[in-house]
Design a protein around this ligand. Sequence first.
Ligand SMILES: [Zn+2]
Length: 100
Amino acid sequence: MRPSCSFCGKSCFASLPKGTPFHIMSAYEPVTLAATCMEGRAFEKTRIGYNYDDIREFLEKRSKEPSKTELFKLGQEVEEWLKDPSKLAGVKPGSGVKPD
Ligand SMILES: [Zn+2]
């Protein structure tokens, strides 16, 4: 059973999600739960230096970064363009138009 939070009196804790960065994990150690209520989050921010918001923000930011596969594909595209720069003719930078 999860402990109840001393701020909101409920069991507002969430397990540190998969993908929580190591520096935040170690700051929380040995605890693996983060409070999600407003007071609890404020407390952890002062006490630990991080809170549930930071973890969520981190995970969200990372999910927007291109994956390795996407980067690899992009690299291949660039290589092809370099082999045949004429493909780039007429394409304005930043126009969002891709050469065929
Ligand atoms: Zn709470």
